[in-house]
Design a protein around this ligand. Structure first.
Ligand code: PLV
Length: 308
């Protein structure tokens, strides 16, 4: 079967290893063709539906999932509509449009865009490609773990960002498939989008009233139920960072590793740059550098100068 993602490099981070005093590895998902891990899960789902003869894809997205659907549509020769909320940066919308997809702006948060996209998909007899809540998305995202497994390095813990939990579900599925069910997963969210941490603390699925963060691509008011169910079956430590520390981490990471990432990814990196004590208790750490295309030097500079 055709796949629309690449195997990404796994590199050592000397700066982060020094901060934490343990080996720190980076899985460089920022290098995927659309700039984030979304090519894996979303790409897998698009290929699946293309093989079934789908003639149109409709997606809802904070930006990156939509960009991965738009990329898939161009590669597969299938037209794409992407519904994004008003908080999605112009840069992300421009990149989706540059792939040849139609961009529709609707609502304040991803959850609003999701409702319209589902309606458009059923009206147009199109396949709806959600950003995180589907078994095909999790299966596609689980390929990250197969690559880490293939590297021969078993990390003691894995650090990743959570929006709606599609990356988390994929990684957990992969960990259990390769027999690594003892690897702790640490999740990162920003304060204004911490729906996963809220659900873990409340021990039930929580829906946030609003999303209030610079990391708009983490902005799902409620995580997938599957993500919550995993909290009963696997050691997971939820962590929350401020927008400010996420932006600091993006700046530091660009200097250290010469790669621009969104604050959504900076959230994970921030925990490591802060030297979070719990991270130092592991023998080794792997960070999924989830990436994101909604960032350029100008935006990062602006956030750096304006975020409190
Ligand atoms: N972003 C989704 C959901 O947005 C989207 O539509 O693009 N890191 C980056 C760079 C992301 O773009 C996302 C998800 C995540 C992390 C979190 O992934 P998830 O949703 O699978 O937990 C609202």
């Amino acid at each position: 079967m055709t796949e629309l993602y690449i195997q990404t490099p796994q590199i050592d981070s000397l700066p982060l290893s020094k901060i934490l005093g343990i080996p720190v590895y980076l899985k460089m998902e920022a290098l995927q063709p659309s700039g984030s891990f979304k090519n894996r899960g979303v790409g897998h789902m698009c290929v699946h539906y293309a093989e079934q003869g789908t003639r149109c894809f409709v997606s809802s997205s904070g930006g990156n999932a939509g960009l991965a659907v738009a990329y898939a549509g161009r590669k597969l020769g299938i037209p794409v509509k992407v519904v994004v909320p008003s908080t999605t940066p112009s840069l992300a919308k421009e990149k989706i449009a540059a792939e040849g997809a139609e961009v529709i702006v609707h609502g304040q948060a991803w959850d609003d865009a999701h409702i319209l996209a589902k309606k458009l998909a059923s009206e147009n007899h199109a396949a709806y490609i959600p950003p995180f809540d589907h078994p095909l998305i999790w299966a596609g995202n689980s390929t990250i773990v197969y690559e880490i497994f293939g590297s021969g390095i078993k990390p003691d813990a894995i650090l990743l960002s959570v929006g709606g939990g599609g990356l988390l579900c994929g990684v957990l599925q992969g960990l259990h498939a390769v027999g690594w069910d003892d690897v702790t997963v640490i999740t990162a969210e920003t304060e204004g989008a911490a729906s996963f941490a809220a659900s873990m603390f409340a021990d039930k699925l929580v829906t946030l009233d609003k999303i209030d963060t610079i990391a708009t691509t983490l902005g799902a008011k409620r995580v997938a139920e599957e993500a919550f169910l995993w909290t009963k079956k696997h050691p997971i430590i939820p962590q929350i960072v401020t927008d400010r520390t996420a932006v600091n981490a993006c700046c530091k990471f660009a200097d250290d590793h010469r790669v621009l990432v969104e604050p959504a990814c900076g959230a994970s990196l921030a925990l490591a740059y802060q030297g979070l004590p719990v991270l130092k208790t592991y023998q080794s750490l792997l960070i999924i550098v989830c990436g994101g295309s909604g960032v350029n030097r100008e935006m990062l500079k602006h956030w750096d100068e304006t975020i409190q």
